[in-house]
Design a protein around this ligand. Structure first.
Ligand SMILES: [Zn+2]
Length: 308
């Protein structure tokens, strides 16, 4: 799943400890800085949206919250850093073009190119990690950034624990039974919005066990043929979505009554019709949730007989 991934960036991990090289890049006018402010990303808003990079001069004028984080290098040679801005900072005079604004990446993703969405997602994820790891989880002392933003070290000499960037695995699964797919909704979602099921992996679990547990907990279904399908970084704020497909052994849904407000089986035609007459809303095409569903919608109905 392409969106929010950044395969175009070589992460050049060997440069994270190269102080002389980093110092040069930080003042090089070709270097691009991706600002993140209050979880929002900077885009130029025209017919299409695109990521806006700052240069070293603009960075110097705005006092970032932590030193810039090295993201990596493009094939063109351009080096990228993420820049976390203080929440108290005000965009006010700093936005050069009238069309430039800080926005919620999820809301505008589909107006961006995939490489731009990937770059902004990557920067957002790294800045979020820094903002939430200012203190050591072991002893509570402040941590300090090193290795171009890829390590935070506890400043308490008796502790000295090292903290590395984190991403939280979550499973997302498309469950089918004969020629129907399971979609569900939470009460807090926008009206008529349905999606495939998802949930966080818990410590001590394999991925396929997490898929089985989540589905059993939320809708009371037992699964077979649990298969990995693909993954997507989901930095809202810090997840890695691991997509699976599986088949339900029977069709009887038993809602847990807590997380989900509703869960139902849909045929392909019911989904198409629901989208057409706007009685059904689906996740945006930028999401692995939609990718899993679209892959199923694009295949013909299986014959109802002969399945097991
Ligand atoms: Zn500590």
């Amino acid at each position: 799943v392409e969106f929010f991934a950044s395969p175009q960036i070589d992460r050049i991990a060997h440069r994270r400890t190269d102080a002389a090289w980093l110092a040069e890049r930080l003042v090089d006018e070709a270097t691009g800085f991706v600002p993140v402010w209050r979880g929002r990303s900077l885009v130029a808003w025209g017919q299409e949206a695109r990521a806006v990079a700052w240069d070293a001069r603009q960075v110097a004028a705005c006092a970032p919250r932590v030193p810039p984080v090295l993201l990596g290098q493009e094939v063109s040679g351009r080096v990228w850093f993420a820049l976390g801005l203080e929440p108290e900072w005000s965009p006010g005079d700093h936005l050069s073009g009238e069309e430039n604004r800080f926005v919620d990446l999820r809301r505008i993703a589909l107006r961006l190119s995939a490489p731009d969405a990937g770059l902004l997602a990557y920067a957002r994820a790294m800045v979020h990690w820094h903002e939430t790891h200012c203190f050591c989880g072991a002893c509570g002392t402040a941590t300090r950034t090193t290795e171009a933003g890829w390590l935070r070290t506890c400043e308490n000499p008796a502790c000295g624990r090292q903290h590395f960037p984190r991403t939280d695995p979550a499973v997302i699964m498309r469950i089918t039974q004969d020629d129907r797919v399971l979609l569900a909704r939470q009460a807090s979602w926008p009206e008529r919005w349905y999606s495939v099921l998802a949930g966080f992996v818990e410590p001590g679990e394999r991925l396929q066990d997490a898929v089985r547990r989540e589905v059993a907990e939320e809708v009371g279904l037992q699964l077979h043929e649990v298969r990995y399908a693909g993954s997507q970084p989901w930095p809202f704020p810090a997840s890695l979505m691991l997509g699976f497909t599986a088949r339900a052994r029977d069709a009887t849904i038993c809602l847990d009554g807590e997380e989900l407000e509703d869960a139902r089986w849909f045929t392909r035609e019911q989904i198409r019709q629901g989208v057409r007459d706007e009685t059904l809303r689906l996740s945006p095409r930028s999401s692995i949730s939609r990718w899993l569903l679209d892959a199923w919608l694009g295949t013909p109905d299986r014959p109802a007989a002969g399945n097991c």
